[in-house]
Design a protein around this ligand. Structure first.
Ligand SMILES: [Zn+2]
Ligand SMILES: [Zn+2]
Length: 156
């Protein structure tokens, strides 16, 4: 017997929250079994509007943008998957086109993307539903932007 309450399994990894506010919100959604990135919930629970919808993905801003970025977008598949390789190759092509459009629109000095797949306990993620973080960067960030992509190591 699984310890997961339903077929979605664990939706949030609370230890990956970056603020008390975010952690409390994630705990509330987990208790209600609401995946914030699933299409039926995103409009009512994600605070930023959906700016673009494609065949495989939609684009929205992060509710909790990273300090030091000049733009922080989330590119999210419509399907509730937890790993990139659950999507068809055509989704990869659409993702590339989305990244190109965001870069052209934002015209930053540089960009970075981070996409975690698999078990949240080991990839540093906070939401099980796959998503690509797209950040736009300029010359004078208020702080260095760092993405965690693993469980805490021996160094903490
Ligand atoms: Zn979902
Ligand atoms: Zn994330």
């Amino acid at each position: 017997m699984s310890d997961a309450p339903d077929e979605l399994g664990l939706l949030y990894y609370l230890d990956a929250a970056r603020s008390a506010e975010q952690r409390a919100y994630m705990a509330e959604l987990e208790a209600a079994r609401i995946c914030v990135f699933c299409p039926e919930h995103v409009a009512s629970h994600h605070r930023q509007p959906i700016e673009w919808r494609g065949e495989h993905w939609y684009v929205t801003r992060n509710d909790f943008p990273y300090a030091g970025t000049v733009g922080h977008y989330l590119i999210v598949p419509h399907a509730h998957v937890t790993s990139f390789d659950e999507l068809p190759d055509a989704a990869g092509a659409e993702l590339w086109a989305i990244k190109r459009r965001l870069r052209e629109r934002l015209a930053p000095l540089a960009t970075a993307t981070v996409e975690r797949s698999g078990d949240m306990r080991y990839n540093g993620g906070s939401v099980a539903h796959l998503h690509t973080h797209f950040v736009a960067l300029d010359a004078t960030p208020e702080q260095t932007v760092r993405f965690k992509v693993s469980a805490p190591g021996a160094d903490g």
